[in-house]
Design a protein around this ligand. Structure first.
Ligand code: CA
Length: 420
């Protein structure tokens, strides 16, 4: 597929603040549900969400090419790249179609804080990989101190499990502290109650633009043509529940209570200028996992926390997508390598992305060394090992180079007390 990279010098007639995540070079897709209006597919530009349903209703977007823009359902495959091209045209500084129509412009441009952004595509399937090698190694050191940090299969097989799609929620959705079964090392019997070790996981996920039939596989070479774009994913985790339940079948209730996604699907076209080679794979991957050059993306990741006592959030960790051992193409190729079918809108997450440095941690489990070294928040002097009720956790991500910033917005959740 030929990538549509919007030239750096392109500008929009919509004002774009200097530090915005959404210049005209980005144009990510979302789903808005503004008060008193129809749910609609939107594209972010500056501080606005451009309502594509409004543009369709007045004929500015052809109904034949882009049918029904109240969801992504009819926009599989090639339609979305074509739609993004058309939106670029409409938003370009020199294009007058929408620019010069005050009434339509005011209706079509929804201020971001009024857009009420939803899960962009509610997925039917959610797979969570374990591609962050530093995270895998940190967790290995903590949980299996007498053994090598990585299990013997790690550099051969992209480890993953099938997560739960029904609890994928939009950024801003409150996260109710889950209850579960736990058993401390010195407890005789397990007990059931609210988790005491609620954590986040800093991940990036991709949505599928085009699926595959049962019995067919998607190769590493074809994989990116099947990827619609990326979102930030917070795979909320209950560590105490996880520790007790995860053997021998893997995580279950410790993960399925909630997964938050950021509202904007950032296309691989927009991320094209930020392609990198990424880390070397040693040993080389098996032939079915060998991949084209520069399969990774240089995307900076940040974690921000605000307790109820704080006036503003504080950055508690940073990381980068380059710390993934397995690329997006390898993840998708592996996922379909046995012939399982995948569908438009399936969500696949990377696994927690931590870096090699202590502050480059994608979870509180790592930041607080399994709860043994609490982090201190500078504004109030409060400490945290795991999340407490009322805490707000925000993940954000952006690629930046020579004045071009392609951002993802925020992936946010507030922890609420456990229910009776
Ligand atoms: Ca995870």
């Amino acid at each position: 597929m030929k990538r549509f990279v919007i030239p750096r010098e392109a500008t929009s007639w919509v004002p774009v603040p200097a530090d915005s995540h959404f210049p005209i070079q980005n144009l990510p897709f979302g789903l808005a549900s503004p008060k008193g209006r129809n749910e609609a597919v939107v594209v972010a530009i500056g501080d606005f969400a451009l309502d594509l349903l409004v543009l369709s209703e007045v004929g500015m977007l052809s109904e034949e090419d882009f049918p029904i823009l109240d969801s992504f359902i009819e926009l599989e495959g090639e339609a979305l790249p074509a739609l993004r091209r058309r939106v670029f045209e409409i938003l370009s500084a020199e294009n007058s179609e929408l620019r010069d129509s005050k009434k339509l412009r005011e209706k079509a441009l929804i201020p971001l804080d009024k857009a009420n952004l939803q899960v962009p595509i509610p997925p039917n399937a959610f797979v969570d990989f374990y591609s962050g090698i530093h995270h895998a190694s940190n967790v290995g050191k903590m949980f299996r101190p007498d053994q090598p940090p990585l299990l013997p299969n790690y550099r051969h097989v992209p480890i993953a499990y099938n997560g739960r799609a029904s609890s994928v929620v939009a950024s801003g959705t409150p996260i109710i502290r889950p209850k579960g079964q736990t058993k401390g090392p010195n407890d005789e019997n397990p007990t059931w109650g609210p988790t005491q070790e609620l954590d986040f996981e800093l991940e990036m996920g991709f949505y599928l633009a085009e699926g595959s039939e049962m019995g067919k596989r998607i190769t590493t070479r074809a994989a990116e043509d099947h990827i619609l774009g990326l979102v930030i994913v917070n795979d909320w985790s209950a560590r105490d529940v996880q520790r007790w339940e995860y053997q021998p079948l893997g995580p279950f209730l410790a993960k399925t209570f909630a997964t938050t996604v950021s509202p904007w699907i950032v296309t691989l076209d927009a991320l094209e200028p930020f392609r990198i080679e990424g880390m070397e794979q040693d040993p080389p991957a098996l032939p079915y996992l060998r991949q084209p050059e520069r399969p990774h993306f240089d995307v900076q990741l940040e974690v921000w926390l605000q307790t109820p006592k704080m006036n503003k959030s504080e950055k508690i960790a940073t990381s980068n997508m380059k710390h993934m051992y397995w690329s997006l193409s390898q993840q998708l190729a592996h996922l379909t390598s046995n012939g399982t079918p995948v569908e438009f809108g399936d969500l696949t997450a990377s696994g927690t992305i931590s870096g090699p440095e202590p502050h480059e941690a994608g979870s509180l489990l790592e930041l607080s060394r399994r709860g043994t070294r609490p982090i201190t928040l500078s504004e109030t002097g409060e400490t945290r090992t795991f999340l407490q009720d009322g805490d707000t956790l925000i993940l954000t991500a952006y690629a930046e180079q020579d004045g071009l910033k392609i951002g993802f917005g925020e992936c946010k959740g507030v922890v609420k007390p456990a229910l009776d």
